[in-house]
Ligand binder design. Structure first.
Ligand code: MOS
Length: 767
């Protein structure tokens, strides 16, 4: 494969290249010192508990809250304003609720925020919809009172599955506002009588995020100013949304989220419970805490939607694709929009002269879905990369070879080059590390210790995105360099790698650099999503640190008391906090001594990094990778195990080998869960999620972790940013379910096209 030659980096990155940095917050996390939103306790704080609809579609005739209102410790029971039976709620509550607005349109058009305000109408649109909020002195009192609230429903016809909803379905054209990513596209003409064709339908079920930390909100008001401690990976988005919903100026809202215990998508938005808590706190004049239960995480913070995907691949005898079609049907709720963009990567992963992509969204009476780690690619590449395996088999071609044959350096959906693409190198290197040459192609042909062994491969791919961000930095005479941005620590190691970047660019000891995040009052940064944090924030950190370094050097050069007085700026180095003229010169001074002689004993700067508009139109920015999976099937015990995994990733420069490897492994385990275990089961009568707990909703555990090899080929992408870094948070899951499905087929000879690939399905298929 041709490899692009790249220019050398602007920095030499001593801290990044030279050391293996441990997480700066690791100790706080394992000792319990890290404070999450739900840990916040404020004086006089009340506790709120949600009352939720127990049916999927109904008219609310009455809410009987009298018993709850008079229960011990209860401060208030909030219900809707527009109910048909006014006797059952107080007019005062109705007045109050009219103060809550629906989220701004920008957050409901292409984001999964619900289009209605909480309690806005007397209709239940999905099981688990919030119908009342009970606030009491203690959590136990609130729970007890919530159980006393009675709701009278007049049932309405509910649509709980996708196919019957088709008459009301629609075809959204854009994935997100201002996005270039067109959901419907077509290029070329359909192949006539291709040598080979596979046309298959694949299905993926609803799955839920299940972060370790369920969502929590603590709202407190001081006059007309709100502080919200919130489990969110978007402090400034939450700030804007809640300000709008509560009709206060955004400057009056302060959102704090220093640690997020897993996000994956569900914590990317402001969900309705947060607005309810903030409103209750305002009405009651006391702080209010609302913790979602694990079960409520299955109704109130989104899910990965169910999909039915039709894929058609056509090829000539040598495996070259001549046609690709990918049509997706997925669910949304009647009161919010989300589309799982399954076909986006199908547009440009391989060279194909004909491509037709479409997405159809069917509103059903189920809560609104949302982004979940690698939205689109996770579900979509299960279908595409399984279909590629099926095509390879039809053509009697090796599954690695067919992918190499269709590799390209051009994004044919836009007819422009990828900024840096090395999929072929990932596949070849992964095959070598895995020992792919030893594979015998026929299913059920490999055995070890009485078990059937299967080997599967799939490509990985995820867009590389970048947004504008601003960083503020202060360096003080006491030796600390403190950087701030309104980005987030969702567990990926953001604070750690930003500290490394800052230390390198400033020339400062890394253990005297702090990077503060998770606060809406810090300089602008986007949602910690779409795998864009490192590519977005590190250039701003780098720029701010370099600006500070130049300022320190300039201060020394104009300072009569400094041994470096009068030195030309270009000749002074700052390394590890020490200024010098380089080796051989005796003139050197600690930067803190220079700072101590400055009037404020410190220097401060602020730097904004743009997202690079020119580059956006010249190139497609994308990361790539290859997964190789081994599974074993033991007939005697009916155990399907994932035993070995090799991934090779092309994600630009790697800032921290340990956190990067963790991201990829975590993504793969996410994909393992999706492929083999996870499915939310809904009651066909009520639409209730039945396995809304971690005992019955099966997630991978330590026992499921295979022998991992994760390798990065590290071609820095300087077209995306000066550090050459691309995001890494989501690509690990992409392709992983297909690699497993292909390995399961190779082991068993059974091609299942509906996730999860559970043992009961394998047995039913004849294993
Ligand atoms: Mo990802 S769920 O698009 O941050």
């Amino acid at each position: 494969m041709p490899v692009r030659s790249l220019t050398s980096p602007a920095n030499d990155f001593p801290a990044i290249r030279g050391k293996h940095h441990q997480r700066v917050d690791g100790r706080d996390k394992v000792t319990g010192a890290a404070r999450y939103a739900g840990d916040v306790a404020l004086p006089g704080m009340l506790h709120a508990v949600l009352v939720q609809a127990t049916t999927a579609h109904a008219h609310i005739q009455a809410i009987h809250a009298g018993l709850a209102r008079s229960a011990p410790g209860v401060a208030a029971v909030f219900t809707g304003a527009t109910l048909t039976s006014p006797a059952s709620f107080s007019a005062r509550d109705g007045q109050q609720w009219s103060a809550i607005q629906p989220p701004p349109e920008a957050f409901t058009a292409n984001f999964p925020a619900e289009r209605r305000a909480p309690f806005a109408d007397a209709e239940v649109h999905y099981y688990g919809q919030h119908v009342a909020l009970v606030v009491a002195r203690t959590l136990l009192e609130a729970q007890a009172a919530a159980a006393l609230v009675q709701v009278d429903y007049q049932p309405l016809q509910a649509t709980l599955t996708l196919e019957p909803a088709l008459p009301g379905a629609y075809q959204p054209q854009q994935f997100a506002t201002n996005s270039e990513e067109k959901l419907t596209s077509s290029r070329g003409t359909p192949p006539v009588a291709p040598y080979a064709q596979v046309a298959r339908q694949y299905r993926t079920p609803v799955v839920h995020h299940n972060p370790l930390e369920p969502s929590a909100t603590v709202a407190s008001w001081a006059g007309d100013a709100l502080t919200l401690h919130e489990s969110t990976r978007w402090v400034q988005g939450s700030q804007r949304i809640i300000a709008h919903m509560l009709s206060v100026a955004p400057e009056k809202v302060h959102v704090v989220s220093p640690f997020v215990g897993g996000a994956f998508g569900s914590k990317g938005f402001l969900w309705q419970h947060s607005a309810l808590a903030a409103h209750a706190a305002r009405v009651l004049g006391r702080p209010v805490k609302l913790l979602l239960t694990r079960a409520q995480m299955f109704t109130s913070t989104g899910h990965r939607p169910e999909t039915i995907q039709d894929v058609v691949l056509s090829a000539s005898a040598d495996g070259s694709l001549c046609g690709t079609e990918h049509h997706t049907l997925c669910d949304t709720s009647p009161v919010g929009h989300f589309v799982e963009p399954c076909g986006m990567t199908t547009r440009n992963l391989y060279r194909t002269p004909f491509a037709r992509i479409g997405h159809t969204v069917a509103p059903i009476h189920r809560a609104t879905p949302c982004f979940m780690r690698a939205p689109g690619e996770s579900s979509g590449m299960f279908a595409l990369e399984t279909a590629v395996d099926e095509l390879a088999e039809t053509l009697n071609l090796d599954p690695v070879l067919i992918r190499l044959r269709n590799d390209t350096l051009t994004d044919h959906s836009e007819e422009r080059p990828f900024s840096s693409r090395h999929l072929g190198e990932c596949l070849e290197r992964g095959a070598a590390l895995f020992g792919w040459k030893q594979r015998s192609p026929a299913p059920r042909s490999m055995r070890r210790d009485g078990k059937l062994v299967g080997w599967g491969v799939a490509s990985a791919a995820y867009p590389a995105r970048r947004s504008p961000a601003t960083v503020e930095a202060t360096v003080t005479a006491d030796g600390w360099a403190v950087f701030r941005a309104a980005t987030h620590e969702i567990g990926c190691g953001t604070a750690t790698v930003m500290q490394q970047v800052a230390a390198d660019a400033l020339g400062w000891p890394a253990d005297r650099v702090r990077f503060l995040l998770g606060d809406s009052s810090y300089p602008e940064a986007p949602v910690a999503g779409a795998s864009m944090t490192v590519a977005t924030v590190s250039p701003a950190v780098d720029a701010a640190a370099q600006q500070l370094r130049r300022a320190i050097i300039a201060a020394a050069a104009r300072d009569l008391a400094s041994p470096l007085f009068g030195s030309p700026g270009g000749q002074v180095q700052l390394r590890d906090g020490v200024l010098s003229l380089g080796s051989g010169s005796a003139a050197r001074e600690s930067a803190t001594d220079v700072l101590a002689r400055l009037p404020g004993r410190q220097l401060h700067c602020r730097s904004r990094a743009q997202s690079g508009p020119r580059a956006k139109t010249d190139y497609t920015f994308h990361s790539f990778g290859a997964h190789f999976a081994e599974v074993t099937w033991e007939p005697a015990t009916m155990q399907l195990r994932v035993t070995r995994w090799v991934s090779v990733m092309d994600c630009g420069r790697v800032l921290n080998p340990a956190t990067s490897r963790s991201q990829i492994q975590g993504g793969i385990l996410f994909g393992l869960g999706m492929a083999l275990l996870e499915k939310t089961i809904y009651d066909p009568a009520t639409g209730a999620p039945l396995n809304d707990n971690l005992a019955e909703y099966h997630l991978p555990t330590c026992r499921d972790i295979p022998d991992f090899t994760v390798d990065f080929i590290e071609h820095p992408d300087f077209r995306l940013n000066p550090l050459g870094v691309r995001g890494i948070g989501e690509i690990g899951i992409t392709g992983a379910p297909a690699a497993l499905a292909n390995a399961v087929y190779h082991a068993t000879g059974l091609r299942l096209r509906e996730l999860p690939l559970t043992v009961d399905k394998l047995l039913a298929a004849g294993l």
